[in-house]
Design a binder for this molecule. Structure first.
Ligand SMILES: Cc1cc2nc3c(=O)[nH]c(=O)nc-3n(C[C@H](O)[C@H](O)[C@H](O)COP(=O)(O)OP(=O)(O)OC[C@H]3O[C@@H](n4cnc5c(N)ncnc54)[C@H](O)[C@@H]3O)c2cc1C
Length: 457
């Protein structure tokens, strides 16, 4: 017998949980179906454990400068303690998500969902049939593993958090933020780390100064980078994995991690059979209101191939709940989304890169590099970078890029200013907060350089 709902959400990750909770709060009868753990990628094997491991890895940098402040530290690191404490924290968060859903009156069903037709969902193990007015697909994505010989010997970010022991060395393939973050995590925890990427530098698409600055930071931490080649095959060699590279070389590593991108979860649960159209890249095609090609089926989060970030999934999920159950249609504006890479050094960015801004006409660039104060008593040579990109025409600040300690926290606040279309004069009018690194953003005098007619002057 089928049970009747207003909304069935498939996937209890960032987007699905927000949509389900809000829809239930507005009085809808809601079920959210999750096949793994409530909280999804962000809570269980993404942002949250990643940031905890970043904190763990950053103690190395602190220990390095500690003697210059008079501290003598005898440090040792215990991986199982970190893994166990991480598990405790994500379990706490998972419970909090479940009680948030319970409290709002949404039913959590722990099972795999299959779409039977546009108004019917079946649970795979429980065999329940749910009939529903609306469906939200919030199934996220999974790591892409290159189809090469021996690929099963490698790991992805899914497994990296729970390795039984730290390897003596690791090769990470991929030049995106996951690769850069895990490279600094493993290096910070004492693992000999090599990053391999087929491009010429990490973080394609980010401002060039951030890319080069991060590359130098990785080098300063002893992370070997191999650019412009890739991994062709893996095979067992004693306790190690022997890697064959595209340039013909071979080398053994204690572990190999693929950080080669993520693929939307669209297979095997009846999407296409229900008539939901996919884009050529495999993501679900949606309109500005997150509606798919089937009028009562919506999709939010990573499965839609828009910005694969938790706050975007949450905002999209909330907008669908508003649209469907609060008579408040919302099309989310995705045009200004800040992002951070919690590598070492940390980088964060909002708005246009220098290269992108150039396509809008004449621009002025304000750029500074300096040693962060925490390093000034030691010989640690890491530098910070802060950069403003402004349009020459009206002096509007269209890009802010920061590399160094606290970059993400700074960009979170700069994002408000950019959203309000702040000009350089608005930044200048702001009193500096001293002594901070962020004060540099409001104390730039003349541009460091300009572009006029596409030429740097
Ligand atoms: C290593 C890593 C680090 C990251 N760090 C950051 C960060 O610092 N900041 C940031 O903003 N973002 C970060 N992200 C991205 C962020 O985690 C995702 O953008 C976000 O989780 C997407 O939410 P979602 O709701 O779309 O999907 P998900 O959170 O992936 O949730 C989808 C859920 O659907 C379930 N599911 C799938 N198919 C079915 C089915 N048929 N039936 C039932 N359940 C199903 C899955 O089990 C999963 O729980 C990171 C991602 C990774 C991998």
């Amino acid at each position: 017998m089928s049970e009747s709902y207003d909304l069935v959400v498939i996937g209890a990750g960032s987007g699905g949980v927000r949509a389900a909770r809000m829809a239930a709060t507005y009085g809808a009868r809601v079920a959210v179906i999750e096949e793994f753990r409530v909280g999804g990628t962000c809570v269980i094997r993404g942002c949250v454990p990643k940031k905890l491991y970043v904190y763990a890895s950053r103690f190395r940098d602190l220990f390095e400068v500690a003697p210059s402040f008079g501290w003598q530290v005898e440090a040792s690191f215990d991986w199982p303690t970190l893994v166990a404490n991480k598990e405790k924290e994500i379990s706490r968060l998972e419970k909090a998500y479940v009680s948030g859903l319970d409290g709002a009156g949404a039913e959590v069903i722990r099972d795999r969902a299959e779409i039977v037709d546009a108004h019917t969902i079946r649970t795979v193990q429980g065999g329940r049939t749910l009939s529903t007015k609306y469906i939200i697909v919030a199934t996220g994505g999974h790591p892409m593993i290159p189809d090469i010989p021996g690929k099963e010997l490698g790991i992805s970010s899914n497994e990296a958090f729970d390795l039984p022991a730290l390897p003596h060395s690791i090769l990470i393939e991929g030049g995106g933020y996951v690769g850069a973050e895990f490279a600094t995590i493993f290096a910070g925890l004492g693992v000999h780390t090599t990053l391999i990427y087929r491009g010429s530098c990490v973080l394609r698409g980010f401002d060039e100064d951030l890319r080069r600055g991060l590359d130098m930071g990785l080098e300063a931490r002893g992370i070997k980078r191999i650019y412009e080649t890739d991994v062709k095959a893996l095979r067992k060699q004693g306790n190690d994995i022997c890697v064959s590279f595209g340039d013909g070389n071979e080398a053994p590593f204690g572990a190999v991690m693929f950080a080669t991108g993520r693929v939307p979860n669209v297979q095997g649960f009846g999407l296409e059979e229900a008539g939901v159209k996919l884009r050529p890249d495999g993501a679900i095609e949606v309109d500005g209101f997150s509606k798919t090609s089937v009028p009562n089926i919506y999709a939010v989060g990573d499965v839609t191939g828009r910005s694969a970030l938790t706050p975007v999934a949450i905002r999209d999920g909330a907008a669908v709940a508003e649209t469907l159950f609060n008579d408040n249609p919302i099309a989310v504006d995705h045009s200004l989304i800040g992002t951070a890479v919690f590598a070492e050094p940390e980088i964060a960015t909002i708005g246009l890169t220098e290269a992108e801004a150039l396509t809008h006409g004449d621009i002025d660039i304000y750029l500074t590099r300096f040693r962060p104060m925490i390093n000034t008593l030691s010989d640690k040579s890491d530098r910070m970078m802060l950069k403003l990109v402004t349009l020459a025409e009206d002096q509007r600040v269209v890009g802010v890029h920061v590399l160094g300690p606290g970059a993400a926290e700074m960009i979170q606040l700069a994002a408000i200013a950019l959203g309000m279309k702040a000009t350089k004069a608005d930044f200048d009018r702001t009193f500096a907060m001293h002594p901070t690194a962020g004060e540099e953003l409001v104390t730039f005098k003349a541009p460091t350089y300009r572009y006029r007619g596409g030429v740097k002057v």
